[in-house]
Design a protein around this ligand. Structure first.
Ligand SMILES: *Cc1c(COP(=O)(O)O)cnc(C)c1O
Length: 402
């Protein structure tokens, strides 16, 4: 293997994001391939017994087993780290494997976590169901309220965990304040940045300690594979995450890593165009529905905060209808172009009813508490022509009596 400029931090430090997204992390085999090679291998062979012993002892560089290292996965990890501005990154099989690893690698029985109540359904399950089973105390708060973070801190608080914008309420968390508060109290902030990616929002620049991803969403961006990633300091990744990951094995498949590497090459283009489409579609929908939760529109109660920490509005927004589930289903069932689907970040426009899908599992009380109402619909705006999406929505809104 030959390291290219993309593996040299003294060179990549000078590169702008678009260059890092195409060339960051690239290694070349002796074939000199232009596109990154796909190493579909579980293990490695050695010239002699002493070589393998030196690698296992950490005295020589080199691969030993794909749960520990894989060249294709390492290329992806370096590329994501460069985009994020992080010292290090490790990839996982799914976004939920990333969230689980980011939390459990640093928490023990007796520790306390403060988390945002508005969150992806499975992220809430980690906080409400998994952590307590292992003696980890948790408190969920309205993450938009800076004072609530401060009030929730206990002597044993180890982690703050939140996403911004939140799925699907589009709540915005004040990154600079909340991450600064964590730092001041020796608490590790873990930010789930799936709705943005580094193309829109870089939490480390606001003082976050760890950024965790579902790379299934905007990073792949074409609805093909599941993937996850955790970014942080060398110290966090090497001392906390790696021992957990290497021994519990939530690793990303090299094939899926390769697909995400290809996805990253077009990430900034897709995110910019999907944001532009989402703004145009949002402006059309705004006049037709009782409530729209769209960080790019002045009607969002935290529009200014969103503008301070996000480069653009992103692909996703939610609407709330007065007619509850029945009206929401009517709208969904009248769609012709936009698919009924619970994924986000895809280049296809997708719409879903969170209360009966992504947030079904959190139960009616927690849904009510976090603001996921029966009349809420979440839209991922894709790369189709925005006018075709507007025509489709126009028809569906009319069918739903709007
Ligand atoms: C989808 C999603 C996840 C989970 O990611 P998977 O790749 O589906 O496991 C976590 N957090 C947020 C905010 C998400 O949107």
């Amino acid at each position: 293997m030959k390291r290219t400029a993309g593996q040299d931090r003294s060179i990549t430090a000078k590169w702008r994001p678009a260059t890092r997204a195409i060339r960051g992390g690239t290694w070349r085999s002796e074939m000199g391939e232009t596109s990154e090679a796909l190493f579909l291998t579980s293990g490695y062979c050695y010239d002699d017994a002493a070589t393998v012993a030196a690698r296992f002892a950490g005295e020589a560089e080199g691969m030993t087993y794909s749960r520990l290292q894989n060249p294709t996965v390492q290329m992806l990890e370096e590329r994501i780290a460069l985009l994020e501005g992080a010292e290090a990154c490790r990839a996982q099989a799914t976004g939920m494997a990333a969230m689980t690893a980011a939390l459990l690698c640093q928490l023990s029985a007796g520790d306390h976590v403060v988390a945002a109540k508005a969150a992806f359904g499975s992220c809430r399950w980690l906080i409400d169901s998994l952590c307590p089973r292992f003696g980890i105390e948790t408190t969920v708060i309205d993450a938009r309220d800076n004072a609530a973070w401060e009030t929730a801190i206990r002597p044993n608080t180890k982690v703050f965990f939140f996403e911004t914008p939140a799925n699907p309420t589009m709540d915005i968390v004040d990154l600079a304040f909340v991450c600064g508060l964590a730092r001041a109290h020796g608490i590790t902030s873990v930010v789930d940045n799936a709705f943005c990616t580094a193309a829109l929002q870089r939490p480390l620049e606001f003082g976050a300690d760890v950024v965790a991803y579902s790379a299934t969403k905007l990073m792949d961006g074409q609805g093909r594979v599941l993937a996850g990633a955790v970014c942080g300091s060398e110290e966090f990744i090497n001392d906390k995450l790696l021992p957990f990951q290497r021994n519990t094995g939530p690793n990303l498949s090299p094939f899926n890593a390769w697909v995400v590497l290809k996805g990253l090459e077009t990430l900034s283009l897709r995110v910019a165009q999907q944001s532009a489409n989402a703004r145009k579609v949002g402006q059309f929908v705004e006049g037709r529905v009782p409530r729209i939760l769209h960080p790019g529109l002045a009607s969002h109660p935290q529009h200014n905060l969103a503008a301070q920490q996000m480069d653009d509005c992103g692909a996703i927004f939610s609407i709330v209808l007065d007619g509850g589930r029945a009206q929401a289903y009517k709208l969904l069932d009248a769609l012709e172009l936009i698919d009924i689907s619970n994924n986000i970040g895809d280049s296809r426009s997708l719409m879903c009813h969170p209360a009966s899908t992504t947030h079904h599992g959190v139960g009616p009380e927690a849904r009510e508490d976090m603001g996921v109402s029966e009349g809420m619909l979440r839209l991922n705006v894709g790369l189709e022509d925005a006018d075709d999406l507007i025509e489709d929505l126009d028809r569906a809104l009319t069918a739903a009596g709007l």
